[in-house]
Design a protein around this ligand. Structure first.
Ligand code: FES
Length: 357
C-alpha cells in the first residue's frame, strides 16, 4: 500500500531505503540519496614540512630571508628619499628617461611590500597548521535581553554625561565635531600651487625652429614627405633637461604632408606650408600621444581610446571620446629654408580642463 511507502526513511536517516509497492503487490526497496548530504571533510594529508624537520627548517629560513629583504628594502627606501635629488633624471631601459627618485622609491617600496606578502604566504602554506576545521554558524543578531541591556546602558550613559541638560556643552561639541574635518579639507591646498597659465602655454613661440625629435636637427620642408608622420620639438628643448618631460608633454608636435588639393579646411592649409601641417601630438581626450597614421585617409588614431582625427580637415574628431580637434601650430619657412613656428598654439593643448576658455 502507498501509505507504507516512505515509512522507513521517516524514522531518522538521510540514506535509508524507501519501500514502494511492486507490480505483484509486494514491497520493493529503492535506494534514495539525499542530494544535499554533507560530504564532510576529506582526510587530512600531512605536508612535507609536517613530517620532515629539515624541510620545515628550510621553509623557516626562506620566510625569514623574505622578511629580511623587506627590512633592507625599507631602509633603502628611506635612504633614497633622503639622498636622491627630486629633479634628478636617469635613463632606464626600457622605460627611457624617468625621475630617479620616483623610480628608486617605487622599486624599494615594491620590494618591501612584495617580500612581506610572499613571506606571509610561504609561512602560512608551509609551516602554519593546515588542518581544516568546521566552524558552525551562529545567529549574529543580539538576543532581546542583550538589546535591552545595551539600551539601558546607553540611557544611563547619556544621563550621567548630562549631555541632555548641559546644552552649551552639547552645542559646542557638535560645533567642534563639525568643524574638525575642515582641517583635512584645508590640507588639500598642499596638493600643489594652482597651475596658473601653465596649461595654456607651451614652449612654442614666434621664430622657434622645428627640431626633429629623432635626429635633433632643424627640419626643412623636404624632410617631410607625403604619407609620412614626423615628430618635432621646439628649438632649445633638450632631452635630459629638468623640465623636459613637463614641457614635451605640452609641446610635442606631429607633422604631416598632404597634397594641398586634398586639404579640406582652408584655415588649416593657410596655417601650414606647402601642404605641411603641424598639429599637437597630445590627444584632446586625456592626453595620450597620438601616433597611428593612416596615409590614404589622413586619419590619425589615438591608441588609448581610439579617438580618430582627420588631419586633412583641421584634425576634426571623427570617432571616439575626444571632445575637440587637435590644436594646429602656424608654421612657415625662414630664409635659410628651415621650418619655424609663427607663435604658440592659439588654444590649450591636450585634455579639456574647467577653466578652458
Ligand atoms: S587619450 Fe586619446 S582617446 Fe583617450
Amino acid at each position: 500500500m502507498s501509505s507504507q511507502a516512505g515509512s522507513e526513511n521517516e524514522n531518522n536517516g538521510e540514506h535509508l531505503p524507501t519501500v514502494r509497492e511492486g507490480e505483484d503487490g509486494g514491497g520493493v526497496a529503492v535506494e534514495e540519496r539525499d542530494p544535499f548530504a554533507n560530504p564532510g571533510l576529506p582526510p587530512h594529508e600531512p605536508r612535507k614540512q609536517d613530517i620532515d624537520e629539515r624541510a620545515a627548517k628550510r621553509s623557516e629560513r626562506t620566510v625569514s630571508l623574505l622578511f629580511t629583504v623587506s627590512m633592507l628594502a625599507t631602509v633603502a627606501f628611506i635612504a633614497a628619499f633622503v639622498a636622491i635629488d627630486v629633479d634628478e633624471i636617469v635613463y632606464i631601459f626600457p622605460l627611457g628617461h624617468v625621475s630617479a627618485l620616483n623610480f628608486a622609491l617605487g622599486v624599494t617600496l615594491g620590494i618591501a611590500l612584495f617580500t612581506i606578502g610572499a613571506g606571509a604566504i610561504h609561512w602560512s602554506r608551509t609551516l602554519m597548521s593546515d588542518v581544516e576545521v568546521i566552524q558552525e554558524r551562529h545567529p549574529i543578531a543580539a538576543t532581546e535581553e542583550t538589546e535591552a541591556i545595551s539600551k539601558a546602558d546607553w540611557r544611563q550613559g547619556t544621563e550621567e554625561s548630562a549631555i541632555g541638560s548641559r546644552k552649551i556643552i552639547r552645542r559646542t561639541m557638535l560645533g567642534a565635531l563639525t568643524l574638525v574635518p575642515l582641517a583635512g579639507v584645508v590640507l588639500l591646498r598642499d596638493l600643489g600651487p594652482l597651475p596658473g597659465t601653465k596649461l595654456r602655454e607651451t614652449l612654442w613661440a614666434k621664430g622657434k625652429l622645428l627640431i626633429n625629435m629623432n635626429t635633433d636637427e632643424p627640419l626643412r620642408p623636404e624632410d617631410i614627405t607625403v604619407g609620412s608622420l614626423s615628430f618635432a620639438k621646439p628649438e632649445g628643448l633638450k632631452e635630459g633637461d629638468h623640465s623636459f618631460n613637463n614641457e614635451i608633454a605640452k609641446a610635442a608636435l606631429m607633422l604631416v604632408r598632404i597634397h594641398p588639393g586634398d586639404i579640406k579646411d582652408r584655415k588649416s592649409a593657410d596655417w601650414g606650408h606647402e601642404g605641411i601641417l603641424a598639429y599637437s601630438k597630445i590627444c584632446t581626450h586625456v592626453g595620450c600621444p597620438v601616433s597611428l597614421y593612416e596615409q590614404q585617409t589622413h586619419h590619425v588614431l589615438c591608441p588609448c581610446h581610439q579617438s580618430t582625427f582627420d588631419l586633412s580637415d583641421g584634425a576634426r574628431v571623427l570617432f571616439g571620446p575626444a571632445g575637440h580637434p587637435l590644436p594646429q601650430l602656424r608654421i612657415t619657412v625662414n630664409d635659410e629654408g628651415y621650418l619655424y613656428a609663427l607663435g604658440d598654439f592659439d588654444e590649450p593643448v591636450g585634455p579639456s580642463f574647467w577653466e578652458r576658455g
